[in-house]
Design a protein around this ligand. Structure first.
Ligand code: HEC
Ligand SMILES: [Cu+2]
Length: 481
């Protein structure tokens, strides 16, 4: 009993020392004297301004410039973003509790609309919206004292409010507690939001906003940091093994709640809803309301590419709510072994399988080159796991597509193989296979693209497969055994 008490005490103490932030009361912050003045350092996502080391409150001057700018929403999809600072999401603002903020809202002369700002960090009518309504080519100023610490959303609140928000007008303001936050190695700014376009997901060109879809809450895009793929590949969040990472996560909405998750990570600490006083531990997925936030923190144990998603998964894989965190460093096989073996597993009666695919309408290719490019994506999503990125397959399990005599000999048979699946004995380039290839119930366009891609690679015959040929020869799922 005594030991238990002692451990509990130790645990509580270490919790306080490592995670608990000490916040002053609203009254204390109201009274905190203002010493000096400084200009706020503002950053674009995913960057976060440096931590504050002041031990007193000051006056912080913030200049946010509203601009209406055309930009990329997805590949080939343009959108006119209304922004706080030139990009969506808006600039990250970092202050300390008790600070006096002098907020300048500068609406660029090229804007077509009046705009304002409602900061959830403000105690005052409209969060400052009324005090900041600004016509194009004008600048408004108001001040507020930061009475409550926390991570707060700010957004435009000009009517129609949902439209201004849907067009990209939101960002985060961090009001640090007096003692600051525990030191970490990396901090990032990630903000989710939903977009509603006149055309369907993937429809090319400059897309106008659809109020109808917004009202029905049917977004065409759900994204992190303003566009599909904003934070992947070269632009992924870069960190190292052993580092502690903190994400300041916001949800601009205008409508969807985020089930925020990092695949393959457990959040050691979450400050739910951006509150600074009550962290929770060992969280898998944290819920972030529209117009709300969370701070999540974890220490990197093993290297790899970790996928950041809204765990409402069709949003991630079909609408764009997917980002990447790259952790560099040496493997630690004791913590995560990686794959140790891969053997064929085929119990009886397991061969009638149909892969179900989303019925999202794929983009129509206008040239063979475009077909090959689109097919590469279809291949990566559907075929690569078995046939491998270099098309060589896996000995005794998955036949090669590279220089495959089976594939190159007969285009129509190949279409039937891919659409209808294949099982039983098969010989490719002199090697026998006896596995199961699932039937691919993908749209004609996708099948044509992926097959044209395969034929164009690895010394294959180079022929093109047209959607009409797929339609004429495909094996319908209903006809499968
Ligand atoms: C789950 C693993 C798996 C996936 C995923 C898969 N295949 Fe296959 N594929 C196989 C197997 C196994 C065979 C051989 C079947 C047999 O032995 O009868 C095969 C055979 C083939 C063949 C004929 C043999 C050859 O090498 O030329 C083609 C063509 C082919 N697959 C194309 C595709 C395409 C295109 C995709 C993606 C749309 C795909 N496969 C996805 C497992 C897979
Ligand atoms: Cu606005």
């Amino acid at each position: 009993m005594k030991i238990f008490t002692r451990n509990a005490l130790l645990a509580a103490t270490s919790l306080l020392l490592t995670q608990q932030a000490w916040c002053a009361s609203r009254e204390d912050n109201a009274k905190a004297p203002i010493i000096g003045v400084e200009d706020a350092i503002l950053t674009d996502a995913p960057a976060v301004p440096p931590a504050i080391h002041r031990d007193h409150a000051t006056k912080v001057v913030v200049h946010l410039e509203v601009r209406e700018v055309e930009g990329r929403l997805a590949d080939g999809v343009r959108y006119t973003f209304w922004t706080f600072g030139g990009k969506t999401p808006g600039k990250f603002i970092r202050i300390r509790e008790g600070d006096l903020v002098e907020m300048h809202l500068d609406n660029h002369p090229s804007s077509k609309m009046p705009h304002n700002i409602d900061l959830h960090a403000v105690n005052g009518p409209g969060g400052g919206a009324g005090a900041s309504l600004t016509a194009p080519g004008h600048s408004s100023v108001f001040t507020f004292k930061a009475l409550n610490p926390g991570l707060f959303v700010y957004h435009c609140a000009t009517a129609p409010v949902a439209m201004h928000v849907a067009n990209g007008m939101y960002g985060l303001i961090l009001v640090e507690p007096r003692e600051g936050l525990p030191k970490v190695d990396r901090e990032f700014y990630v903000m989710q939001s939903d977009f509603y376009t006149k055309g369907a997901n993937g429809e090319q060109g400059l897309q106008p906003f659809s109020m109808v879809k917004a009202i029905e809450e049917r977004p065409d895009y759900v994204v992190f940091n303003g566009s599909v793929g904003s934070t992947v590949g070269d632009r992924a969040l870069a960190t190292n093994v052993g580092e502690t990472v903190r994400l300041f996560v916001g949800d601009g909405g205008p409508n969807l709640t985020s089930s925020f998750h990092v695949i393959g990570q457990i959040f050691d600490t979450v400050w739910p809803e951006g509150n600074m006083s009550t962290p929770t531990q060992n969280v898998q997925t944290t819920m972030i309301p529209a117009g709300g936030s969370a701070i999540v923190q974890f220490k990197n144990s093993v290297p790899g590419t970790f996928i950041i998603v809204d765990h409402s998964l069709t949003r991630a894989f079909n609408r764009g709510a997917l980002a990447q965190l790259k952790i560099n460093g040496p493997d630690n096989k004791a913590l995560f072994s990686g794959k140790v073996s891969d053997e064929v597993y085929m119990p009886e009666g397991s061969n009638a399988r149909v892969a179900e695919m989303p019925s999202q309408k794929p983009a129509a290719a206008e040239s063979k080159a475009e077909r090959i490019k689109l097919g590469e994506g279809v291949f990566a999503n559907n075929c690569q796991a078995c046939h491998q990125g270099n098309g060589e397959g896996v000995a005794d399990a998955f036949p090669p597509l590279a220089k495959s005599d089976y594939l190159n000999a007969d285009k129509v048979r190949a279409i039937k193989t891919v659409t209808g699946g294949l099982d039983g004995k098969l010989t490719v380039n002199g090697h026998d296979f006896n596995g199961v290839m699932p039937a691919w119930d993908l749209p004609d366009e996708d099948i044509a693209n992926v097959m044209t891609y395969i034929y164009s690679q690895w010394d294959n015959s180079g022929q093109e497969v047209l959607p009409s040929e797929v339609a004429a020869n495909r094996v319908k799922a209903a006809n499968l055994p």
